[in-house]
Design a protein around this ligand. Structure first.
Ligand SMILES: [Zn+2]
Ligand SMILES: [Zn+2]
Length: 428
């Protein structure tokens, strides 16, 4: 008989346990405060979209569409996909809801799960989360700089010590085709020196050769023509302006001529943000984004310039979690602990607990414990200043004991006065 296996989470997917939630929540709070400050409104699009939206938008020859999409056929016969990124769905919604009729620019932000069928490895999940910002209807370079600034500020606020921005321009429909030709000619003359993947990329997606990390491809890459030398006038001045804005706000950045990002839809500016360690080691990319002036039209909308970026929640959470481990845990803020003994007292305690909640005075409890000794020990461990003790006798008499945890001194007060009494004590 086959060995019975325990059901586990699907490969590459993970549970967000209560101890993870505090870091996720922190990131989401910073994101929503930042969104409010910069005038972004929240949008939630479905987790599932028509598969064609992504193959058209992200590009057929990209890794995401080629290998990493969860595609399935619904009972009605539609080809659907779990969203592998936010932008395509938000572009669809922008057009579908006629948001081009609103005063431009339209600024939208989202957060939530995304799905990619990655090879399982540390820090790469098949279900992962992002915080995503998009601006529609503005072609000015100031938007690109502000997009970078928004993510940079979020990382700083999350206490990421040394965020470093890498930036490049990958041109547009006017200048990129010519550069692509140059690049293909160059790589074709050195095809035997490229890795297997890159030889394939040469036919379908030559730009991607530039961000190949294979040892073998590095010397070939180093001699390749760089797109910044082949930008058209418009792209060149746009890129120059973005860099000038970044200089103006004193935001540190590095030019990276190999940065192309894995998606077809980018035009002009592309950027990524990393954390750099004290040893100047570049970590995983925490944020990625860029301009995509052709995508809205490509997906059937009006010709609308746009720019966006996304922050990887798991990766940032990992960094702040590791930092938190090193920090001294501040003393617990639990001041009051409610102990109960006996059935009647337990019932009264539940009611009393609600009164404290209404008075907005935080109280800890462990209703599931019956021993007074255990409860007082818990109160002590939590660093409570006062324990409230409600026993059988007190419950019958309508009173309760307030115990000063430091001195051990106890006093009995009327049950209906205890919330007020405690408020008085806490104010002192
Ligand atoms: Zn390669
Ligand atoms: Zn151009």
């Amino acid at each position: 008989m086959a060995k019975k296996q325990k059901i586990q989470a699907p490969t590459g997917m993970h549970d967000l346990l209560p101890e993870d939630q505090v870091f996720f929540q922190k990131i989401y709070n910073v994101a929503s405060n930042t969104a409010n400050f910069y005038g972004y409104q929240r949008i939630d699009t479905p987790i599932v979209e028509e598969a064609e939206l992504f193959s058209k938008g992200i590009g057929l020859a990209t890794d995401i569409v080629e290998k990493q999409m969860y595609v399935f056929r619904s009972k009605g016969g539609d080809y659907l996909a779990l969203r592998p990124e936010f932008t395509a769905g938000i572009v669809r919604a922008y057009t579908e809801h006629g948001m081009f009729n609103l005063p431009q620019p339209v600024k939208l932000y989202s957060s939530g799960p995304l799905f990619r069928l990655e090879r399982p490895q540390a820090d790469r999940f098949r279900q992962f989360h992002q915080v995503n910002f998009e601006v529609f209807g503005e072609q000015s370079s100031v938007i690109d700089a502000q997009m970078i600034q928004i993510f940079y500020n979020m990382l700083r606020e999350l206490k990421i010590k040394n965020p470093i921005v890498e930036i490049n321009s990958i041109g547009d429909n006017k200048c990129r085709p010519y550069y692509k030709k140059l690049l293909v000619n160059y790589f074709r003359s050195r095809e035997s020196s490229l890795c297997v993947d890159c030889r394939r990329r040469l036919r379908y997606n030559p730009l991607r050769i530039l961000d190949c990390e294979e040892e073998k491809c590095q010397p070939v890459k180093a001699q390749a023509p760089q797109i910044v030398d082949h930008l058209c006038e418009e792209c060149k001045s746009h890129f120059k302006e973005v860099l000038e804005f970044l200089d103006e706000i004193e935001l540190p950045y590095r030019l990276n001529p190999y940065l192309v990002r894995g998606l077809d839809y980018y035009t002009k500016t592309v950027f990524e943000i990393f954390e750099e360690s004290e040893e100047n080691q570049k970590g995983n990319s925490l944020v990625g984004g860029g301009r995509y002036d052709a995508l809205v039209k490509l997906l059937g909308g009006k010709d609308t310039p746009a720019c966006g970026g996304a922050l990887g929640v798991e990766r940032v959470a990992k960094i702040i979690r590791e930092k938190a481990k090193k920090e001294v845990v501040p003393p617990a803020t639990t001041k009051i602990f409610l102990c109960q003994l006996g059935e009647l007292a337990k019932r009264r305690s539940l009611k009393l607990f609600e009164e404290f909640r209404k008075a907005k005075t935080p109280v800890a409890e462990s209703f599931s414990k019956d021993s007074l000794k255990t409860q007082l020990r818990t109160a002590d461990n939590l660093g409570a200043s006062y324990a409230l003790i409600l026993g059988q006798r007190e419950a019958l008499e309508g009173t309760i004991i307030i115990r000063n945890m430091a001195s051990g001194k106890q006093e009995t007060v009327k049950l209906d006065k205890v919330v007020k009494e405690i408020e008085k004590k806490l104010k002192k």
